[in-house]
Design a protein around this ligand. Structure first.
Ligand code: M6R
Length: 617
């Protein structure tokens, strides 16, 4: 969580930092701040409580231009979202901002207070600012300021426990930007006579596409003339810049009212990009791994553990049905936040797959590290290039969905499921559980998905009308069977996070084991019942709801008169195969959550209390 931006060069104005923070606002949006340091060593800091827009009126108080500066948008962990708790924090000559959590901040704070440091915030970050200042001030005044800063940074990070990405300025070195990373993302961008730093490439691509991802235990010392990279002991590190493919237009709303709506509509393209270059249609073969492929022992894998959170967890649950079917291999899907609290049962033949859009989710990162240290082969199914989870895994497969800015994940879900289905096929081909012609048949279904999803997007207007009817519900139940159960879970999550309506999803067959007690005339149940192998049984469950007076909003196959007769409202998706069907039914649920949120007037792209990338446990 939290977005950080930084600049060093010939000169940047306040808008540079503000616009950079706007690109990162999805990472946190409860307070923000900017610090600018001019070449004469004058530092100006402006901070504001609440959304980034509140900082805008303060930009005029900042200098018109500065050689170096940093900005921050916060997702509160320690301390309420007030102006005092907003970053950057200042201590003497030092101004610092932080993404992450300093776990041992309490004893450090007490020691610093005993030394006479006064705290003006409730944050863990202020501890780092004072500690760095204490280390800096303890060094001989005769040393050059830059050398003092280097030494002080190494001494400071050696005392900190937790995760941190710091951006630091020192008034005595007005030509240097310091960037530090341990456990929280930090990207460096290279321009013409200038360098940038940010928590994500979304903030950089309008300035440069040449980026370098800092790794853990690294510090970058950035000057307009060049960059030095070292580890936390001061040993030099060498790494080249690489080119990223993301463009500015990918990060604009492109005429859509919200990023979420744009991203829902980008699903056909996202799925197509995931498939691109990975399928050999004629030969009936797939190849999904971008790096680490050679080492990936698909042939000897005898068990899969998919580890993820939130929507990525549901994409794993959905894919499980297909991977087991294709590869005849047991697939466990684990919530990352629970995974490492169990006794590890992995073997060298276990493939642990971390699924994450951001690649930074701390729960998933820690879980996959645990799986790797327990002996599993690890694969990251990820969207953002150069992420922490990618670094932690043996191998990576990017979903290529493009930047997802809306906090609610949509296109990443569909692209993840597509990617995992291909993983199932890759396993099937290595384990020889499917013949090439059978794999070829599935491939022919996979390539149809974008067009079907495109057709389902045409339901948007009808679903907007339904949202007018259902927006004032207090609670909505979702049911589905087989893969549709995972779709139901995803639909319920989307509804609650966007509209704050209580929503739960159950496997349709599970209803009679308890939740059916909730059914009365006031409860709406979204029933997923496309014409698939589970249809008849799901229909029986819908009858049970009907018999108890529940309201039924059914999502089924176009023209299904039986289902229409049972339902109060009906959303019809085109008839498809069982492989395409979950993608088709996902679209109406994403749209339903979207339009209900719009109708209720909630903040669609930045729902309350949430952040796009959750880098705390
Ligand atoms: O970046 P990740 O895929 O690892 O994120 C996992 C969850 O935090 C994320 O899917 C979250 O549940 C979304 N807000 C759901 O829309």
């Amino acid at each position: 969580m939290c977005g950080v931006i930084g600049y060093v060069g010939l000169g940047a104005n306040p808008d540079f930092f503000f616009n950079g923070l706007k690109r990162l606002e999805y990472r946190g949006y409860d307070s923000a701040g900017i610090a600018m340091l001019t070449s004469d060593g004058t530092i100006s800091v402006e901070r504001a409580e609440g959304k980034l827009a509140n900082l805008q009126s303060k930009l005029a108080r900042l200098p018109a231009k500065a050689t170096v500066g940093i900005g921050h948008t916060r997702w509160a962990t320690h301390g309420r979202p007030t102006e005092n708790n907003a970053h950057p924090h200042r201590s003497g000559d030092i101004v610092l901002l932080h993404n992450g959590i300093i776990e041992n901040y309490r004893p450090l704070k007490e020691a610093l207070m005993a030394k006479g440091y006064t705290f003006t915030s409730e944050t863990d970050t202020e501890v780092a600012a004072h500690l760095l200042n204490a280390e800096y001030s303890a060094l001989p005044a005769s040393l050059p300021a830059f050398e003092k800063m280097q030494k002080a940074i190494y001494k400071t990070v050696a005392q900190l426990k937790g995760a941190f990405a710091f951006g630091i300025l020192c008034t005595k070195t007005p030509d240097v930007l310091y960037a530090v990373r341990l456990g929280s993302p930090m990207v460096i961008g290279e321009g013409e006579g200038e360098y940038y730093m940010a928590s994500g490439i979304t903030a950089l691509v309008e300035h440069t596409r040449r980026v370098m991802f800092l790794e853990d235990h690294e510090v970058a010392f950035l000057r307009s003339s060049g960059l030095t990279l070292t580890d936390f002991q001061g040993a030099p590190v060498k790494r080249d810049f690489q080119k990223v493919e993301w463009s500015v237009s990918m990060m604009e709303k492109g005429g859509y009212r919200h990023f979420m709506l744009k991203e829902i509509h980008e699903q056909p393209q996202a799925i197509a990009q995931t498939l691109q270059g990975r399928l050999e249609r004629e030969a009936g073969r797939v190849n999904i791994v971008d790096y680490g492929a050679a080492a990936l022992p698909l042939k000897s894998i005898d068990r899969l553990q998919i580890i993820a959170c939130g929507t990525s967890f549901y994409s794993g649950l959905l894919a499980k049905f297909f991977i087991e079917k294709f590869a005849r291999i047991p697939v466990e899907v684990d919530l990352a936040s629970e995974y490492r609290y169990r006794v590890s049962t992995v073997t060298k033949n276990t493939l642990a797959v971390a699924v994450s859009q951001s690649g930074e989710t701390m729960d998933t990162l820690q879980a996959i590290k645990f799986a790797r240290s327990s002996g599993a082969f690890t694969l990251g199914v990820l969207n953002v290039p150069g992420s922490s989870i990618a670094v932690a895994c043996h191998a990576e497969s990017l979903i290529h969905a493009g930047p997802e800015i809306g906090v609610a994940s949509t296109k990443a879900f569909s692209a993840q499921v597509t990617n995992l289905m291909m993983l199932g096929l890759a396993l099937a081909q290595e384990r020889e559980t499917m013949k090439p012609n059978e794999i070829g048949q599935v491939i022919e279904e996979l390539v149809k998905i974008p067009a079907f999803v495109e057709q389902c997007l045409g339901l948007s207007d009808a679903i907007e009308k339904l949202a007018n009817k259902y927006h004032s519900e207090r609670s909505i139940l979702f049911i589905g069977r087989g893969p549709q159960w995972a779709v139901a879970l995803e639909g319920a999550l989307k509804l609650k996070e966007l509209s704050y309506i209580h929503a739960e999803a159950y496997a349709a067959g599970e209803l009679k084991h308890g939740p059916i007690a909730l059914i009365d005339e006031d409860l709406t149940v979204v029933c997923l019942a496309p014409r698939d192998e589970y249809y008849e049984k799901t229909i029986s469950n819908i009858e049970e709801i009907k018999a108890r007076g529940g309201k039924i909003l059914a999502v089924g196959t176009e023209g299904d008169k039986d289902l229409m007769a049972l339902a109060d409202d009906f959303i019809g998706v085109p008839p498809t195969s069982s492989i395409v069907s979950p993608f088709a039914t996902t679209v109406p649920l994403h749209l339903l959550a979207y339009w209900i949120a719009v109708r209720k007037g909630t903040d669609v792209d930045q729902p309350r209390n949430l952040a796009k990338s959750v880098t705390v446990e």
